[in-house]
Design a protein around this ligand. Structure first.
Ligand code: ADA
Length: 538
């Protein structure tokens, strides 16, 4: 078994603003990890360089894992750069040589100033800090990489196992499943790729989320992964889980909490997944970046379907025309897919939320992103959320057509009377204009509602109006040829993009949550519980 040490806890810290810190740096104070330094006085709201350092005892080859940090950074071991953090929220895995046995210094230098990947115009706050767990795993001299386990046929229990080993030649290996089934196999020049029928398997589903465990042993190394046997597929306009039609009733979820920012503690993540599961929801769109490992593990265990997405919000064709930038999107989907490959909860992967997909020049970028994910994962459904509606020219390139319409909210103007009666006609018109041979998913829809603002006249910004609108949306999904919905959004989240009237971000928040930022239910939460779940399978 591998020796894993958690590096969560107290680190040395300094904030140097616009000045890049010298190495080794002089700490000013201590800082907790995980945590967002720019939510702690005197750094609140400040942007610039922040350095974290910790003394760590280690030797030889090691695997450093950081479950998301931001918004960019570099990682040093005894002053030598061993890795970079390019994408906020993206889990990082770095294999490096820690040198001889003794105390070493691990330094994470972050920069929370906006950059090409995280614009100030995004409708969610850019927190600076280490959002997730930091761990260090000692590796033997020759070591195994992460395993990829995929379901090839859910009916027969056929699975495919792929892994890599750092030593060339023929190396015997053993697969041991939780069921007791064992198989001898081998690595050939560092590669293992085998397909097998797992006896006594159980399927993973929303109602019975059965997980299996596979232990892979080769040489002195051993790794273990959870996986689930299931197939999530599209047939015409329907989505199917293990061959059975399933409608998605879900929410969009940001990693966000007023006290901790993006470093949402496991307990709150658990609250989120449990609340949603208990209320009958079956789907979470992880907007707009990879969510924490804790969330994925809980969704695996509780039976919640997840759309995982790469960071990219409202990017323009001009951004994507830059080769380096388009390559960074490819790098993101690669990193994300490889990292979370084995989670049965992840049934769709997405990218480029609300890009300029009405323009033909964006097609090659979407096609390249699709092809990259497909090359890594033969079975996952691939999509992107569009706000170009009938004008979108990229819907033929993906498996699921996902749209972010806002009837009853943005689709009207402040000076026009908007009513929830717009929901059915608008969604019908959109649905009719989209490809009829692919599932149509409403990836966002919603209305702002301020907690406690109640009004029997159901005016804008009230809990009453939001509840009325979202009830109509759920009715639509239940009755019509629509594969599902992820409401915008689960909880209110800190933002700064503001505008007049309906575009306002009152209190500095996007208030379209069906619970507020502290997870206190609004009227819509209570009303939607009556629908979700009961109509999930049809
Ligand atoms: C978009 C976007 C979301 C959010 C939403 C809104 O659809 O994808 O991130 O900004 O609009 O509330 O306006």
């Amino acid at each position: 078994m591998r020796y894993i040490q958690t590096l969560n806890g107290i680190w040395d810290f300094a904030f140097t603003g616009d000045r890049r810190p010298e190495m080794p740096f002089k700490p000013d104070r201590t800082m907790v990890v995980p945590g967002c330094f720019d939510l702690i006085e005197p750094y609140c709201g400040r942007r610039g360089y922040a350095v974290y350092a910790k003394k760590v005892r280690a030797s030889g080859m090691n695997l450093l894992e950081i479950d998301g940090a931001g918004i960019a950074g570099e990682i040093f071991w005894d002053g030598t750069r061993i890795g970079v953090i390019k994408y906020a929220y993206m889990p990082e895995s770095i294999v490096f040589d820690a040198g001889s046995d003794g105390n070493h210094t691990l330094t994470i230098m972050l920069d929370n100033r906006y950059n090409e990947q995280f614009h100030p115009g995004f409708d969610f706050f850019a927190d600076g800090g280490i959002y997730g767990d930091v761990t260090l795993t000692a590796l033997p001299r020759h070591y195994l990489s992460r395993m990829r386990i995929s379901t090839e046929d859910y009916r027969t229990g056929k699975i495919r196992v792929r892994a890599e080993y750092s030593k060339a030649g023929t190396v015997p290996a053993q697969l041991t499943f939780d069921t007791g089934f064992q198989l001898d196999t081998k690595f050939m020049d560092g590669v293992l790729d085998c397909t097998l029928l797992l006896p006594d398997f159980r399927l993973w589903s929303v109602d019975a989320p059965c997980l299996h465990t596979l232990t892979l042993t080769a040489g002195e190394d051993e790794i273990r992964e959870n996986f689930g046997l299931r197939e999530f597929s599209a047939s015409g306009r329907k989505l199917l889980l293990n061959g059975k039609a399933v409608k998605l009733y879900g929410v969009n979820r940001h990693e966000s909490h007023p006290t901790t920012g993006a470093a949402v503690p496991p307990q709150i993540i658990q609250t989120d997944v449990s609340m949603l599961k208990n209320a009958g929801f079956n789907f979470i769109r992880g907007s707009h970046y990879p969510q924490r490992k804790t969330l994925l593990e809980l969704c695996d265990r509780m039976g919640m379907l997840v759309w995982e997405e790469a960071l990219g919000w409202g990017l323009k064709a001009a951004d994507l025309a830059k080769e380096e930038f388009a390559d960074s999107q490819l790098e993101q989907v690669t990193q994300m897919t490889c990292h979370s490959f084995n989670h049965p909860c992840i049934v769709m992967r997405g990218f480029l939320n609300e890009t300029e997909s009405q323009l033909p020049e964006v097609r090659p970028v979407i096609k390249a992103l699709y092809d990259r994910i497909r090359a890594l994962d033969e079975h996952i459904l691939i999509t992107f959320a569009s706000n170009k509606y009938e004008r979108d020219v990229c819907t033929d390139l993906v498996d699921v057509v996902s749209m972010n319409p806002y009837p009853g909210w943005y689709d009207s103007r402040p000076d026009a009377v908007s009513t929830v009666d717009q929901v059915f006609p608008r969604l019908d018109a959109l649905s009719a204009a989209l490809p009829q041979d692919k599932p149509f998913l409403i990836s966002e829809i919603g209305a702002e509602a301020l907690l406690g603002f109640r009004d029997p006249l159901k005016t804008y910004w009230t809990e009453d109006y939001q509840a009325e609108l979202l009830k109509k949306v759920f009715e639509y999904v239940a009755e019509k040829d629509c594969a599902g919905v992820s409401i915008w959004q689960y909880a209110d989240t800190r933002s700064y993009v503001s505008g007049p009237g309906i575009f306002a971000r009152a209190r500095g928040f996007n208030n379209k949550g069906i619970v507020d930022e502290y997870r206190r239910p609004k009227l819509a939460w209570n009303e939607l519980q009556k629908f979700s779940g009961k109509k999930a399978e049809k």
